[in-house]
Ligand binder design. Structure first.
Ligand code: AVJ
Length: 321
């Protein structure tokens, strides 16, 4: 028994890293260093993101909401009655409410998210407010092929919902792969997709370098999260937020820049940083309407309608499958 207890204890000590731990470890081994922006959204990070959405400089969220509100009758007319709404990521309940309120008698809402906890909480709140809609959450990674719960009687077309320009976080190859996957899943229906548009770089720069420093705190929270969850010893004063528009690649890049030579430990290994060395934490691609249409067509989707705001800051697309 003492041997097995010892084996148990060492197994505990050598406990495998979480997904975050593994991906951070791999990302710190790469050159240049990088980590997926999906790890921004722990509880603290999600709260900071909500604050970003309220910033005067951060136009995407309020512009998309405005488009969804003002164009609701046209969107509903395109989509038709009895929709079977499938949301990729259980993101902002506020946005899906705008869609559900606009549609004529939507029948079912299927949010897909990797976080079961987040999903169930969102589902409960929607069930209370929309008693006539069957809310059927699915815990899954929507970038992988998945099977939806079987369709009941009387459902209209399947309507994918992917707002927030989350597509912009993907590389062009990943974005194409996602659209191809959505095309297969939504056959006979379509995808309602929100993407941010190419614009004056100064406007983009301001949106990711806000005066109050909320975006900086959001970026740096990745290091606080690592310290909390993985026992790393990142010095939060030792890194600064950097965000800039990469014009040839049409994307905002966010980085964490090491202010001096330093080293950080993770899982028994030290990682050395030179002064000025960065961890690339996010790409946020910007699209033209034509470019998005070309990508959609490549994925087998048919661009059927597009709605934008008067300043053409943001776009919402109806892509038929
Ligand atoms: C949620 C990916 C659309 O790219 O604008 C906001 C995330 N990063 N400020 C974006 C984000 C910095 C946001 N997306």
């Amino acid at each position: 028994p003492s041997t097995s207890l010892h084996a148990f204890r060492s197994a505990q000590r050598a406990a495998p890293l979480s997904d975050f731990g593994r991906e951070l470890f791999e990302g710190l081994c790469r050159s240049p260093r990088s980590i997926s922006p999906k790890f921004f959204y722990d509880v603290a990070g999600s709260q900071l993101f909500d604050r970003i959405c309220d910033l005067p400089e951060y136009y995407p969220t309020r512009t998309e909401m405005r488009i969804l509100t003002e164009c609701a009758p046209e969107i509903a007319a395109q989509i038709g009655p009895n929709a079977d709404v499938v949301e990729f990521g259980a993101g902002s309940l506020t946005k899906v409410r705008l869609l559900l309120d606009a549609l004529h008698a939507p029948r079912r809402y299927v949010p897909i998210d990797i976080s079961g906890e987040h999903l169930e909480a969102a589902a409960q709140r929607l069930r209370a407010d929309y008693p006539r809609i069957a809310v059927q959450p699915v815990v899954a990674d929507y970038t992988m092929p998945l099977v939806l719960p079987s369709r009941g009687e009387g459902l209209g077309q399947r309507v994918g919902f992917f707002p927030g320009s989350t597509l912009g976080n993907f590389s062009p190859e990943e974005a194409l792969a996602f659209l191809q996957l959505a095309q297969r899943l939504l056959r006979g229906g379509g995808l309602l997709l929100g993407v941010d548009l190419v614009k004056d770089p100064a406007r983009l720069h301001a949106a990711y370098n806000d005066a109050q420093g909320v975006t900086a705190a959001f970026n740096l929270n990745l290091l606080s999260r690592a310290n909390r969850e993985l026992g790393t010893d990142f010095d939060l004063e030792g890194f600064t937020h950097a965000a800039f528009y990469n014009a040839p690649l049409r994307r905002i890049e966010m980085h964490l820049v090491s202010r001096r030579a330093q080293s950080v430990g993770l899982d028994g290994q030290r990682f050395d940083f030179e002064e000025g060395e960065t961890i690339h934490t996010e790409n946020s691609h910007k699209f033209t309407v034509e470019g998005l249409h070309a990508l959609a067509v490549k994925a087998g989707l048919r661009p059927a309608a597009v709605w934008t705001d008067p300043e053409r800051l943001f776009s919402v697309h109806w892509l038929q499958s």
